[in-house]
Write a protein that binds this ligand. Structure first.
Ligand code: 2DT
Ligand code: MG
Length: 216
């Protein structure tokens, strides 16, 4: 990936779909190729907002559905300028979960006044990914992988709704352009090879067309 700016690549998928593993592998591979790469993840639990989110996810505190939704979004806005600066300076940014998680996990709660469209609004204006790699795995397969953990959303019925909502969100005109679905029910090595190919194609397109960073 040469070009003048870095790429913004996002990993999405259910818990246990292999996002963190693949994210780390991609970061390592690109760094080995001599690229400057910044690795981020959301929620970023290290900021004050992120600490509230962490306490919510572990069940230590309760939060009203809309409030926690807006805090997850605020947690991305806290890093928005940094992401943009990295990309402008030629550093590729690879992120484990982003706005798609923000929308689908909240919408999966089935709160009457929080459909996908409502959930997406606070994301408008954030840096838009050049590529969203969706690691697709059924909630049954995800559950088989050593079971879910104990955090708030790690329950199979919610995960099943989350998967359906990812599919629905993939129909949104902008998201449809960005999302590439990767079958995550395969070995780490197979996934890694597939992902690298997709990233290389996307990177070449960016080099050819020299597109500015867009916004959600
Ligand atoms: P991790 O297991 O990846 O740490 O995620 N989530 C995440 C949301 O509900 N909204 C968001 O905006 C983001 C980024 C998904 C912890 C959980 O937080 C959910 C799983
Ligand atoms: Mg998790």
């Amino acid at each position: 990936m040469k070009g003048t700016r870095g790429m913004l690549v996002v990993f999405e998928g259910l818990d246990r779909s292999g996002k963190s593993t693949q994210c780390e592998k991609l970061v390592q591979t690109l760094r080995n190729e001599g690229e400057r790469v910044e690795h981020m993840r959301f929620p970023n639990r290290t900021t004050p907002v992120g600490q509230i989110i962490n306490n919510y996810l572990t069940g230590e505190i309760q939060q009203e559905d809309h409030v926690i939704h807006l805090l997850f979004s605020a947690n991305r806005w806290e890093s928005a300028q940094a992401i943009e600066n990295h990309i402008k300076s030629g550093t590729t940014v690879i992120i484990d979960r982003y706005s798609y998680s923000g929308c689908v996990y909240s919408a999966a709660k089935q709160n009457k006044t929080m459909d996908l469209a409502w959930c997406r609004h606070p994301e408008e204006g954030l840096p838009r990914p050049d590529l969203c790699l969706f690691l697709d795995l059924s909630s049954e397969e995800a559950a088989k992988r050593g079971g879910f953990g104990t955090e708030r959303y790690e329950k199979q019925d919610l995960q099943a709704r989350v998967r359906d909502l990812y599919a629905e969100m993939g129909q949104h005109p902008e998201e449809r352009e960005d999302i590439v679905v990767i079958n995550a029910g395969r070995s780490i090595e197979e996934l890694q090879r597939d992902i690298l190919k997709v990233v290389q194609v996307s990177s070449r397109q960016l080099d050819t067309h020299g597109r500015e960073l867009r916004r959600m």
